[in-house]
Design a protein around this ligand. Structure first.
Ligand SMILES: Cc1cc2nc3c(=O)[nH]c(=O)nc-3n(C[C@H](O)[C@H](O)[C@H](O)COP(=O)(O)OP(=O)(O)OC[C@H]3O[C@@H](n4cnc5c(N)ncnc54)[C@H](O)[C@@H]3O)c2cc1C
Length: 594
């Protein structure tokens, strides 16, 4: 079962949940039209389905063998990447002045979903290049921008993002890679990085590493990190490739999934040190890296959406074909989709996928507004909205990716556990997205300790008000199809509201209590926000088709299912947030026992 991009679904969410239609009407995107967006989505979907998707199993089987320091990418990947970059997909959202197309991040988010539905291992490489473009465009010197941005934006060169070292994973401040001032404005880099995605490959002639390192006189912790651009090949004054830099791939990891994505240990300084160029200011590297990471966190959330969509498509196709047992109203063996329990699994998959898509696209739209709104106050509010939603987009959606891929295996029964259906690969691939780009536990802590307090809690309260407004609109429908949707979503948003107020009161006063409840809180946030966004889509569907009309995209049915089956978890999650710390009392003794 291959992948067919759900263009109508994607466009609907983009226009409604992400507010693209309203933004276009307001003039936020200049002369962009919905027709152009539709054409872009159509082309991206075609490329993802026809060119990338067939390479997914090839990448899984072949992996990325390393010999003599060089990695050979799986068969067909070089050609696919070349054509993908030549079509301009890499620079879709990059600024026009650096050779990009300047299209909205929200539209790019939709495309990133499609690349990753087609293949997570293929999709993750460009995501890092896109992050590198952002970081360089915001923080790089004019010289660096001139030399590197156009080739990164065109995809002729790819970028990497390098934080992790053996002793420094979530605790980035513990990293030890050294940078020394050479005296001519450049730096000498020595040390080792592990788990570096696309650290070495043969897709492009040059690879531009963005690595955090520490100067000899730097303060300890994250305040002493600086960001360096370190090209695999140095670039001569005329733009041509010069000498090989002192950086190499020492080894690659053998891992659970995304076998087509090389995960490299990188060594700097075999011959005295690699030449690095400072991005931004000394000791302000985390600031620059956050520009890169925020972009990448949304993209990793979109990997969750992408793999969930692909797993759902495969499960649905299988459930229509596979015949087992009797079902009410059928004679002979029934297709398993006729069984209520299978339908429940499939609806859970569809509802979670659509909810996480809505959250991710809304995050992309907030990023656009933060950059493009004409008033400073609107830009600030949008920036804070994007900051608030980014950890939710990353962690909720990647958890959804795993859950949905797991259900996909279940729908396939024993065949799901056998590699040839592809369901097992989706499950294996999905697992990484909850770990890299900051584990989901770290995202939850970020949400609770850094994002809730934004503007004294006003940012999250404004978001809650919007969710409540949606529920009032659902109530105003005064239609039986919307009745339980309203009741269950109101309960869920009220739970989120109370848990938010409680957490805001703990910050500073009882930090341990807030940390203990962070993960159930992020889930509660995703469930309440996702449910309300699906209800909003159901309302939009009625507006488009008229009340009582057929529900062609199944928007009302999906929103109703989500409210009655998934949003109801909110009450339990609220209790888990508030009782979190209390319920962990005695954990040490319990874990020590036995
Ligand atoms: C396939 C793959 C690709 C990767 N690509 C890259 C890349 O391109 N660039 C890069 O720099 N890194 C990359 N990484 C590294 C990745 O980002 C880290 O693995 C991740 O950030 C977690 O760090 P760690 O593995 O050291 O786990 P640890 O930090 O040891 O965490 C272990 C567990 O403890 C929890 N934990 C840790 N600290 C805290 C805390 N303070 N509070 C609560 N819980 C905590 C974590 O949530 C996790 O559950 C990649 C990893 C893999 C496996």
């Amino acid at each position: 079962m291959t992948y067919r991009a759900p263009i109508a679904d994607i466009a609907f969410t983009l226009k409604h949940a992400a507010g693209l239609t309203r933004a276009i009407e307001e003039g936020l995107y200049g002369d962009l039209t919905e027709d152009l967006v539709d054409a872009v989505l159509e082309e991206a979907g075609k490329f993802a389905g026809e060119v990338i998707a067939p390479l997914n199993t090839v990448g899984d089987k072949h992996g990325t063998p390393l010999a003599n320091g060089a990695i050979t990418m799986p068969p067909g990947w070089r050609e696919a990447y070349r054509d993908w970059a030549a079509a301009g997909w890499n620079g879709l959202a990059a600024p026009a002045e650096c050779g990009g197309q300047g299209l909205p991040h929200a539209v790019n988010a939709a495309c990133i979903e499609m690349w990753n539905s087609a293949s997570m291992a293929f999709g993750i490489g460009p995501v890092l290049t896109m992050g590198a473009i952002e970081a360089l465009a915001h923080h790089g010197s004019d010289d660096l921008k001139r030399t590197y941005l156009p080739k990164l934006a065109s995809g002729e060169w790819m970028g990497t993002m390098q934080l992790t070292e053996p002793q420094a994973g979530s605790d980035v401040g513990a990293l030890r890679t050294k940078a020394e001032r050479v005296g001519d404005g450049t730096y000498r880099i020595t040390g080792q990085k592990i788990f570096i995605t696309y650290g070495e490959h043969d897709l492009t002639d040059n690879i531009i590493h963005f690595a955090l390192a520490r100067l000899p006189d730097a303060p300890a912790g994250t305040k002493g990190l600086s960001l360096f651009l370190i090209p695999k090949f140095l670039v001569d004054a005329d733009g041509s490739l010069g000498a090989k830099n002192d950086v190499r791939c020492h080894s690659i990891e053998h891992k659970l999934g995304i076998h087509g994505s090389p995960t490299c240990t990188m060594v700097y300084g075999d011959q005295g040190g690699a030449t690095g160029f400072l991005v931004g200011q000394e000791n302000r590297g985390m600031n620059c890296m956050f520009t890169m990471m925020n972009n990448a966190r949304l993209a990793v959330g979109l990997q969750g959406v992408g793999v969930a969509e692909r797993a759902t498509q495969a499960a649905l196709a299988y459930a229509r074909e596979r015949r087992q047992g009797q079902a009410a109203g059928t004679s002979g063996a029934a297709a398993i989709i006729a069984h209520p329990d299978v339908r429940r699994m499939l609806m859970t998959m569809r509802a979670l996928t659509r909810a996480s898509r809505a959250i991710c696209y809304a995050t992309g739209a907030a990023i656009d507004r933060a950059a493009r709104a004409d008033r400073e106050a609107a830009r600030k509010a949008a920036h804070e909205r994007a900051s608030l939603l980014t950890p939710v987009a990353k962690a909720f959606s990647t958890d959804v990716g795993i859950e949905v891929a797991s259900l996909g295996v279940q729908v396939h029964g024993g065949m799901g556990y056998i590699e040839e259906t592809g369901a097992a690969q989706h499950y294996r691939d999905a697992r990484i997205a909850a770990i890299y780009e900051g584990t989901n536990g770290i995202q939850a802590i970020d949400l609770v300790t850094r994002k809730l307090p934004l503007s004294g809690g006003a940012t999250v309260k404004a978001f809650l008000d919007e969710l409540k407004q949606t529920i009032s609109s659902v109530a105003a429908m005064n239609d039986p199809a919307f009745e339980w949707m309203e009741i269950r979503l109101r309960e869920a948003v009220d739970s989120l509201d109370r848990a938010t107020t409680w957490l805001l009161a703990q910050n500073g006063k009882a930090p341990e209590a807030a940390l203990a409840g962070a993960t159930p809180y992020l889930r509660l946030f995703g469930v309440a926000a996702g449910g309300a966004m699906l209800a909003d889509e159901a309302l939009a569907s009625v507006r488009e088709g008229g009340m009582g009309a057929a529900d062609p995209g199944g928007r009302i049915a999906v929103a109703r299912f989500f409210a009655q089956n998934l949003a109801v978890a909110a009450a339990g999650l609220e209790r888990a947030v508030i009782d979190g710390d209390d319920s962990l009392k005695g954990a040490e003794a319990a874990l020590a026992a036995g």
